[in-house]
Write a protein that binds this ligand. Structure first.
Ligand SMILES: *[C@@H]1O[C@H](CO)[C@@H](O)[C@H](O)[C@H]1NC(C)=O
Ligand SMILES: *[C@@H]1O[C@H](CO)[C@@H](O)[C@H](O)[C@H]1NC(C)=O
Ligand SMILES: *[C@@H]1O[C@H](CO)[C@@H](O)[C@H](O)[C@H]1NC(C)=O
Length: 296
């Protein structure tokens, strides 16, 4: 008799725990704040339908390299306007210098993770660092999902409205899809198709793989991604004067971001020298650093 009683109380306990656990998960599913991916995620438990609010940047520079001012502005714009859960700096050696320290002082959710630049892709050698970074960004996003950006891309407003697309990229022109800013869920079909094209990679023809191929895939499979035609990479490479020339001001009020194409611009700025810079660059730098684009 005593044994039977113990069994019954165990049974009741198990049922009670079961009810509590089930109702807890039911509550999680029903609460959009706790679990934003609910409606579709429950149908396909292992697929991720929204781009995670995690930013990925690559830092493949030699040991002792300092973060430059424009790169600091890029990271600051990420922190201010994207407000990500995490900013992962994939690096072979950590960034250094006063602007890196100034960024850390703002308590961004930064994680440093070691990553050596890929030396090959599908057994083909990659010799040039920029091309290694092209491959690495696709691999990182396929694995983790999130927002990748080059450190000369300045964010100008929230990306929250874009995170519902599997992939978002920006056009540089009707034939070129920029690779400096990519939003993607993990394991996206678009990125898989893009990486596949690297089976034929050669350093001499990298433009084909980094910007032409993705646009070809996008045109063949328009359902796989959302394209921002003007909001990411305009002014484009050929329109750089609209960023750097005095008095030639681009209307960036509709831009999500601005790509500075900084590698051809060798000036270093600091907070004082951007105050009176009469260019789109000056407006964008001031907007991020001082909170207003106006010359003061
Ligand atoms: C590689 O190039 C060959 C020859 O142009 C082409 O047939 C093949 O489809 C390409 N492979 C990929 C993965 O793009
Ligand atoms: C890349 O490096 C490999 C090995 O060092 C060399 O054989 C190849 O010619 C290089 N390719 C280019 C395009 O420079
Ligand atoms: C900026 O430059 C343009 C062209 O030189 C000039 O017309 C404009 O007045 C300048 N703006 C300021 C605020 O100095």
């Amino acid at each position: 008799m005593a044994i039977r009683l113990v069994d019954w109380s165990k049974f009741v306990l198990v049922v009670l725990v079961g009810v509590v656990v089930i109702s807890y998960f039911y509550h999680l599913r029903g609460n959009p704040k706790l679990h934003p991916a609910t409606p579709r995620a429950t149908q396909h438990a292992h697929q991720q339908y929204f781009v995670p609010k995690v930013v990925h940047v690559l830092w493949f520079y030699p040991e002792g390299t300092s973060l430059r001012f424009h790169q600091f502005i890029s990271l600051l714009s990420v922190h201010k306007f994207l407000q990500p859960d995490e900013i992962v700096v994939w690096n072979s050696h950590a960034p250094e210098g006063p602007w890196w320290n100034a960024f850390l002082l703002r308590s961004p959710p930064v994680t440093l993770r070691h990553l050596d630049p890929p030396e090959t892709v599908f057994d083909r050698p990659i010799n040039i660092t920029e091309h290694k970074a092209d491959v690495a960004r696709i691999q990182v996003l396929l694995r983790h999902g999130g927002i990748y950006l080059d450190l000369d891309v300045i964010i100008l407003r929230s990306f929250d409205s874009l995170l519902k697309h599997d992939v978002t990229m920006g056009a540089e022109s009707p034939d070129l899809l920029g690779s400096g800013l990519i939003l993607s869920k993990a394991d996206s079909t678009f990125l898989k198709l893009w990486l596949e094209t690297y089976r034929n990679f050669t350093d001499g023809d990298w433009n084909r793989f980094s910007v032409r191929k993705p646009m070809e895939i996008a045109k063949a499979h328009p359902d796989l991604l959302h394209i921002e035609w003007f909001g990411f990479h305009r002014p484009n490479w050929f329109e750089r004067e609209w960023i750097y020339s005095t008095g030639l001001l681009w209307d960036w009020s509709e831009n999500f971001a601005m790509h500075l194409w900084y590698r051809t611009h060798d000036t270093e700025y600091e907070p004082e020298s951007i105050r009176k810079l009469n260019s789109t660059l000056g407006e964008v730098f001031r907007f991020v650093f001082y909170g207003s684009g106006n010359i003061t």
